[in-house]
Ligand binder design. Structure first.
Ligand code: NAX
Length: 332
């Protein structure tokens, strides 16, 4: 039998945490033959609720779940973890802007970064979900210099999955028959959902989505806006932000990263920019990536037209602004 993998979920008493931990315990993240040990972290005011989540996990008698740690101690939470899913943070309440939450999140991510650096497994893979996800991931990276940049990512897979589903809906096919959309840039409304390179599997084989839809105007306008604003639409409908879809996307992200992407398929991940596609190095930016043997690499050589170029640069510009805002909080 395989050794158990230790998975940290921060903010585990929250909405996403509540949807995510049972998925992990059921083997949706790492496979039905992979035992797991859950490390759940939350803050003191949520300690009781966290204990309740632990009780439910026990009651579910998950065959793959070999252990549960529920704690408010960040060091205990990080000890020996192989995977860290960072969901907890200071929430952006109504009327607040990024510049208001950044000073709250910077110290959280700094502290958690050093706990991971000192106590997690050396090859620990980190996924940041808490918003502003890209910039929180960057703070984590900057605050933990011994963790390789390749090990720190942020979640744009939910946006990616939304982008797949919306094409599938338009073409009247299953989402699993669409692939290779791209989310470029920031997990914010400046992101660029790009279907110019997407492919759909139809009864006559693989076809370009651009060809099948034959409406570039729709792809460049309504489609982009739909995906960008989907998160807001969920909040309007549920009075709460996306949780089950975010948890499911987190499982997709980690599964593909650890077990590899299928041949001929790429996915979107927020990763440390190396300058690919002219994006300033040193930003956590969402790119199309393939994964193999536990490592992601940015898909190279895609043709970027003038329209897309502008969108790629606009979302990069927003990330540069967030970065300088975050750095100004670091100095204090
Ligand atoms: P909730 O407010 O339900 O849960 C957050 C949990 O984090 C709470 O239990 C809170 O006590 C805990 N927490 C706060 N500070 C902490 C700290 N320092 N250490 C550990 N735990 C801490 O929010 P939820 O709906 O679960 O969303 C969590 C985060 O995900 C938010 O920042 C949200 O904006 C972000 N999202 C990101 C998405 C993405 O695609 N990247 C999509 C979904 C979601 O909006």
């Amino acid at each position: 039998a395989k050794d158990a993998i230790k998975i940290l979920v921060t903010g585990a008493a929250g909405q996403i945490g509540y949807a995510l931990v049972p998925m992990i315990a059921r083997g949706i993240m790492l496979g039905l033959d992979q035992p797991v040990i859950l490390h759940m972290l939350d803050v003191e005011p949520a300690a009781k609720a966290l204990e309740g989540v632990k009780m439910e996990l026990i009651d579910a008698a998950f065959p793959l779940l070999q252990g549960i740690i529920a704690t408010t101690d960040v060091i205990e939470a990080c000890r020996g973890v192989n995977i860290a899913v960072m969901v907890g943070g200071f929430p952006c309440k109504e009327g607040m802007e990024r510049k208001d939450v950044m000073p709250r999140n910077v110290p959280i991510f700094r502290a958690q970064a050093s706990a991971l650096e000192q106590h997690a497994a050396p090859d620990c893979k980190v996924l940041v979900i808490a918003n502003p996800a890209n910039t929180n991931a960057l703070i984590l990276k900057e605050s933990a210099p011994s963790i390789p940049a390749k090990s720190i990512t942020c979640l744009t897979r939910l946006d990616h999955n939304r982008a797949l589903s919306h094409i599938a809906d338009r073409l009247n096919v299953q989402a699993s028959n669409v692939k290779n959309v791209i989310i470029w840039g920031n997990h914010s409304s400046s992101q660029y959902p790009d279907a110019h390179h997407a492919i759909a599997i139809t009864s006559i084989g693989e076809k370009s989505v651009k060809e099948l839809i034959a409406d570039d105007h729709w792809l460049d306008t309504e489609y982009v806006a739909f995906v960008q604003q989907r998160g807001a639409a969920i909040i309007k409908a549920r009075k709460l932000s996306s949780a089950l879809s975010a948890a499911s996307a987190a499982c997709d992200h980690i599964r593909d990263w650890v077990l590899g992407t299928p041949k001929g398929t790429w996915v979107s991940m927020g990763v440390y920019s190396d300058g690919s596609y002219g994006i300033e190095p040193g930003l956590i930016y969402s790119f199309p990536v393939t994964c193999q043997k536990g490592e992601w690499s940015i898909v190279q050589g895609l043709n970027i037209n003038e329209f897309s170029r502008e969108k790629l640069d606009a979302t990069a510009k927003e990330l540069v602004e967030e970065k300088s805002l975050a750095y100004s909080c670091l100095d204090n």
